[in-house]
Design a protein around this ligand. Sequence first.
Ligand SMILES: Nc1ncnc2c1ncn2[C@@H]1O[C@H](COP(=O)(O)OP(=O)(O)OP(=O)(O)O)[C@@H](O)[C@H]1O
Ligand SMILES: [Mg+2]
Length: 324
Amino acid sequence: DRHFSRQNIIGSSPAMTKLFEVVEQVSPSEATVLIHGESGTGKELIAGMVHYNSFRETHPFIKINCAAITETLLESELFGHEKGAFTGADKKKEGKFLQADKGSLLLDEVSEMPLSMQVKLLRVLQEREITRVGGNTVVPVDVRVIAATNKNLTEMVNKGKFREDLFYRLNVVLLEVPALRNRGDDIPLLAVHFLTLFSEKNRKKIKGFTPAAMDCLIKYHWPGNVRELMNTVERTVVLARSDYIDVADLPMVQRQPLPENAFDIRNSEQESVRIEGVSLETIEKTAIIKMLQAVNRNKSEAARRLGITRKTLHKKLKQYGLMP
Ligand SMILES: Nc1ncnc2c1ncn2[C@@H]1O[C@H](COP(=O)(O)OP(=O)(O)OP(=O)(O)O)[C@@H](O)[C@H]1O
Ligand SMILES: [Mg+2]
């Protein structure tokens, strides 16, 4: 599958290089792999990389999202069911374990699996055989399990929300996918990769990002990680009207989070203003952002109310990387 080939998985930061090394090392083994990382970091891609670099690559790579289905359905989704096993089971059905036979099965959001299912899963991993819901024949399965989660499973084990024995069974090899903000070197690569991708897709001829826009992408904290970057670039490409994407085109600039403990302009008419420990620059920047929000981004009005000229406002916006 091309989607999972190394050239479509971008990353040359030290953190990703290290991760790819471990992936190459563990893929050919039969070890169960647990992939941990924040939402949108690329856990599914890494899971695919493990499968397509293993001796199972010509066999199926099957995925199941453990959070998306109810407990009763999950069991039949995983293990299948016999005809008449429950209301609505009008045909015998094979579950994901059998579909993935000789291949790999990705248990996504494994933390959301109910405890009762966790027991059943553990048994399957140990015995290497399944029983369909409503049946009693035991069917052998040859499946490599890859589990993914954005939760801290150790913490869940401590709280009794995840079975310790299953945790150890899944956690044979742990792959930690770093948050995007911790691999700044990859941001330009990913941004350009997505720009090319979405420019082609939307038949637009966008040449790149201005240095200020790229700087902004690098400095943003990306809570939604690669997925958020991808969506940001797609949206920007669709809306772009010039050859180069500039700061003003970036959606995050418009809703840049204010620093904690920030000067609040609503308090400016009151006696006490919380400004201890805040730099003059932060106060000024915050005041400008707040004022622009208050006047619906009307720059002349904002400048007038801030008591500065339009030209000064422009200079400051540029200085703080807020807008052109
Ligand atoms: N290194 C990368 N190179 C190219 N594309 C990437 C990379 N990492 C992630 N993506 C893309 O970002 C999107 C999110 O990745 P993925 O679905 O693997 O994340 P995830 O960690 O499984 O997220 P979630 O926790 O929300 O399920 C996908 O479209 C994927 O193709
Ligand atoms: Mg995922």
